[in-house]
Ligand binder design. Structure first.
Ligand SMILES: O=P(O)(O)OC[C@H]1O[C@H](O[C@H]2O[C@H](CO)[C@@H](O)[C@H](O)[C@H]2O)[C@H](O)[C@@H](O)[C@@H]1O
Length: 254
């Protein structure tokens, strides 16, 4: 039976009370940390890794970061032994001490990546982010590229729609394997200890999080949109900090 640790009610969810027996499933970009101009420019508040580790201890390990990022990025930004799911469910490390689980998924044809590179080369500021089973065109620094990036990647995916899907993210379009999503990640986590039998609480900010939220609700849990439940990543971090050490006056985190 999960212990006595209680999550406090989130400020923007009317009627929510303290929640016991939870499994916390947290998105990274735009949720735990603020959006930055480029993927590498993300700033992780110094207290965040330790805070997540303390929370994971209170939850007997039932805390996971569930992200579109590769596990190597998550390990770089959050160098703590907590469960992590990366690449939108295409890589999963539920036990931080064990090797990652990598479902057998295809990688997109090299020709798709070459076409994307040719497009990006014509738009200064745009960039490609490579993943094991896909790639992303980021157009935050070249906003005019958005529609063309979508059209190109939609045409690529249409060549093999059974294996690949086009995913919209914040100022980005991603080609990813159809067989993985944040929903498959939540299903896999909730099937094993220490997550199984707990009430999943998925918190995310983006359309890419909606499948994770939907599966959490299917398990009898909650899917909270960051913007509604907390407002900002900083407010979420304060809530997480309050959960491990109820705040007195002047204890707001940076
Ligand atoms: O699932 P998440 O943890 O939310 O990751 C989603 C994608 O986030 C990253 O891109 C986004 O954040 C960047 C840094 O703030 C920003 O520059 C970019 O415009 C956003 O799209 C990451 O680079 C992707 O790999 C993730 O899939």
């Amino acid at each position: 039976m999960p212990g006595t640790f209680l999550l406090p009610p989130p400020p923007g969810v009317p009627g929510a009370g303290p929640l016991g027996g939870a499994a916390l499933l947290l998105d990274f970009d735009g949720t735990l940390v603020e959006i930055a101009p480029t993927p590498d420019a993300v700033r992780v508040p110094p207290h965040l890794p330790g805070l997540l580790r303390r929370l994971a201890d209170e939850l007997s390990g039932a805390l996971a970061v569930v992200s579109g990022r590769p596990l190597r990025d998550l390990d770089h930004f959050l160098p703590v032994p907590i469960a992590k799911a990366g690449d939108h469910g295409a890589s999963l490390r539920p036990d931080p001490a064990a090797p990652a689980l990598r479902p057998d998924l295809p990688a997109p044809p090299a020709g798709w990546r070459a076409r994307a590179a040719a497009l990006v080369a014509r738009h200064p500021g745009a960039l490609i982010e490579d993943k094991e089973h896909g790639f992303v065109i980021h157009y935050r620094q070249a906003p005019e590229l958005g529609p063309e990036a979508e059209a190109l990647l939609a045409a690529c995916v249409a060549e093999d729609p059974a294996a690949f899907a086009l995913l919209e993210a914040r100022m980005a379009w991603e080609v990813k394997p159809r067989g993985a999503s944040k929903g498959t990640a939540v299903n896999a986590l909730m099937a094993r200890p220490p997550f199984a039998g707990r009430v999943p609480v998925f918190i995310g900010d983006d359309v890419t999080d909606e499948e994770g939220m939907a599966v959490a609700r299917r398990f009898g849990g909650h899917g909270w949109r960051l913007q509604d439940a907390f407002g900002t990543p900083a407010a979420l971090r304060d809530w997480l900090a309050a959960a491990v050490a109820p705040p007195g006056p002047g204890t707001t985190t940076p």
